[in-house]
Design a protein around this ligand. Sequence first.
Ligand SMILES: [Zn+2]
Length: 56
Amino acid sequence: MMIVQNKNNENSKKKVKIETCYLCGIEFDINADDASHYHNGEYPMCSYCSEAYGFY
Ligand SMILES: [Zn+2]
């Protein structure tokens, strides 16, 4: 028996991967469909910081 925690998007193909933003320290889903990404391919950056600082 599986326990489905992500009831809002059961068909999501993306895995949730929680990272901690290296700038502001909040935890976020790096795989979310937003501006969050790995800065320089290495440092987790949340959506807010990505938009605020314009780092892509
Ligand atoms: Zn941040």
